[in-house]
Design a protein around this ligand. Structure first.
Ligand code: GLY
Ligand code: MN
Ligand code: MN
Length: 439
C-alpha cells in the first residue's frame, strides 16, 4: 500500500473519533459538512475562483468541487455526496477513485437543490458546518456552525495527524523547487512578473491553486508586507529580492520566504545575520514552550542585530521598550500552518473556546499557543525599512536611530526568512530546509 494511503487510514480514523467525541458531548447526531457554493462576481456571469470549506478538505482532498456534502457521525462510514451534474458548459469531475475513496459511501448528486434527498431526515439534531447559513436554514438545520463544535474542531486542527504531516512535507518539497527556480530567475535578471511565472511553472500549480497570493518583490517593494503587485519592468538597479511563496499538496499549505541580495554588501550580511536569528529561534522550539515567548525572544535578537549593524544604538531593553524593534519587525513571528496558510486555532487554549489574545504590544501575533508535538508552525522573523513606522517613533527613539544606515538600507526594502517546522517530542523537523532550501 502507498505510504499516504496507509497514513490516511489512521487520519480518517482520528477524524471519526473526534466527531464521535464532540457529538456525544454536545448531544448531536453528527456533522453535515458542506464543500461550499460558487460565488458570483457582481453584475457578471462569472464566478470567483472556488475556495473549498477547510473543514471539508480536512476529510478528503477534493478542492475544486462545489455543492458536495459530507455526512459523518463518528460511528458509521461517512457519506460523501459528490456533485456530478449533467453539464456541457463546465468540466464535470469524474467520480472519485483514489486512495481515500474506500473510506466513504459515495453518492452522486446531479442537482444542487436535490441535496435534501441525501441528508438525514430530521436535521434538527445534526450540525451544519459550512459557509452558507441561508442554505442550511432552508434545509432545516437549527445548529449551524455551533460554537461548541467549532471551538473543538479549531483547537484540534493544531494536532496534525501523520497523514497531514506527510502532505505538508510534500507541499514543502514542491515549494522549495519553485524557490530555487525563482532565485535563479532573480540572478538572471527576470522581472517580478517573470519570476512569478517561473515559480508557478516549476511547481506546476496555477495562481488559484497555490495557498496564497505570492509576494515577489524586488528592491524597495520588499518593504511592503503584503506586496502582491507584479511589476513587468525591472528596476534600474537590481539590489534585492524577497519571495514569500507557497505550494499546496492535497489541500495542505507550505508558506516559505527567502530574501536575496544581488551583490555581496552590507544588506547581504544582514540577511545572513537574520538567517542565524531565525535558526536560533527554531532551535528553542519544543513542547511546553509558549509561542508568544519565542516572539518576544525574537525582538531581543532583532535589537542586538540593530546594534551590531549600526542601525540603532542603546541597550537591547531600550530598543524594545521604545518600540524601535517593532518599527523594524512589525509583524508576528509566525502562525500555525495546515489546511489554511494561517490555520485556525492560533489563540485557542482548550477545546472549549478559551482564547488568549496576542499581547497588547504585539497585536499582529497570530499564535499564542503552547507548543506540543505534531504542531506545525512558521517561523518568519523580518527586518524592514518602513518609513511610515519610523516616522511614528517618539523623538527620543528617533535619536537612537542611525539615519545614515537607514538611507543606505532603504533601497533594499527588507528581509524576511520563513520556514515551516514540525514540533516533535524530542526534536524539530524543519521541513523547508530538509527539502533542500538550505539558506
Ligand atoms: N505568506 C503569508 C505569511 O507568511 O503569513
Ligand atoms: Mn509567508
Ligand atoms: Mn507565514
Amino acid at each position: 500500500m502507498d505510504q499516504l494511503a496507509h497514513l490516511y487510514h489512521a487520519h480518517i480514523g482520528e477524524l471519526n473519533r473526534r466527531v464521535a467525541e464532540i457529538c456525544q458531548r454536545e448531544n448531536i447526531s453528527g456533522l453535515v459538512i458542506h464543500s461550499g457554493q460558487p460565488h458570483r462576481q457582481f453584475l457578471d456571469d462569472l464566478n470567483y475562483p472556488f475556495k473549498v470549506n477547510p473543514q471539508f478538505k480536512a476529510w478528503l482532498p477534493i478542492l475544486d468541487t462545489a455543492n458536495c456534502w459530507l455526512i459523518a457521525n463518528g460511528q458509521d462510514k461517512p457519506t460523501l455526496v459528490f456533485y456530478r451534474p449533467v453539464d456541457f458548459w463546465h468540466k464535470v469531475n469524474d467520480v472519485p477513485q483514489a486512495f481515500w475513496t474506500e473510506h466513504f459511501d459515495i453518492q452522486l448528486l446531479t442537482k444542487p437543490d436535490r441535496i435534501a434527498d441525501y441528508l438525514p431526515k430530521s436535521l434538527t439534531s445534526w450540525a451544519y458546518i459550512g459557509e452558507h447559513l441561508d442554505v442550511a436554514d432552508i434545509l432545516g438545520f437549527t445548529a449551524r456552525n455551533p460554537d461548541a463544535v467549532m471551538n473543538y474542531l479549531h483547537y484540534h486542527r493544531a494536532d496534525k495527524t501523520q497523514y497531514e504531516l506527510e502532505c505538508m512535507r510534500r507541499a514543502n518539497q514542491i515549494a522549495v523547487k519553485g524557490h530555487l527556480a525563482a532565485k535563479n530567475a532573480f540572478y538572471n535578471g527576470a522581472t517580478e512578473f517573470e519570476i512569478q511565472q517561473q515559480y508557478l511553472l516549476e511547481i506546476g500549480q496555477g495562481e488559484n491553486e497555490v495557498p496564497y497570493g505570492n509576494i515577489v518583490a524586488l528592491n524597495q517593494n520588499a518593504a511592503i508586507l503584503h506586496y502582491t503587485a507584479l511589476e513587468h519592468v525591472n528596476p534600474v538597479q537590481r539590489l534585492s529580492f524577497l519571495i514569500d511563496a507557497g505550494a499546496s499538496y492535497h489541500g495542505y499549505a507550505a508558506d516559505i520566504t527567502r530574501t536575496y541580495a544581488f551583490e555581496k554588501n552590507r544588506f547581504c550580511e544582514l540577511i545572513a545575520a537574520l538567517n542565524k536569528v531565525q535558526l536560533a529561534i527554531i532551535d528553542t522550539m519544543k513542547p511546553g514552550v509558549k509561542y508568544t515567548d519565542l516572539h518576544i525572544a525574537t525582538h531581543q535578537h532583532i535589537a542586538q542585530l540593530l546594534i551590531n549593524f549600526d542601525i540603532a544604538k542603546g541597550s537591547i531593553e531600550q530598543l524594545i521598550e521604545q518600540g524601535i524593534t517593532r518599527a523594524f519587525f512589525p509583524h508576528g513571528l509566525g502562525h500555525m500552518l495546515g489546511l489554511q496558510v494561517h490555520d485556525m486555532g492560533g489563540y485557542a487554549h482548550d477545546e472549549r473556546g478559551t482564547n488568549i489574545a496576542a499581547p497588547g504590544d504585539h497585536p499582529f501575533l497570530r499564535c499564542t499557543r503552547v507548543l506540543a508535538p505534531n504542531q506545525v508552525l512558521t517561523i518568519e522573523p523580518g527586518l524592514y525599512i518602513i518609513d511610515t513606522l519610523l516616522e511614528q517613533l517618539s523623538i527620543s527613539a528617533k535619536q537612537a536611530v542611525n539615519w545614515n544606515t537607514i538611507d543606505e538600507l532603504r533601497p533594499f526594502g527588507g528581509i524576511r526568512i520563513e520556514d515551516n517546522v514540525i514540533v516533535h517530542h524530542n526534536r524539530n523537523e524543519n521541513m523547508t530546509r530538509e527539502s533542500g532550501l538550505v539558506d
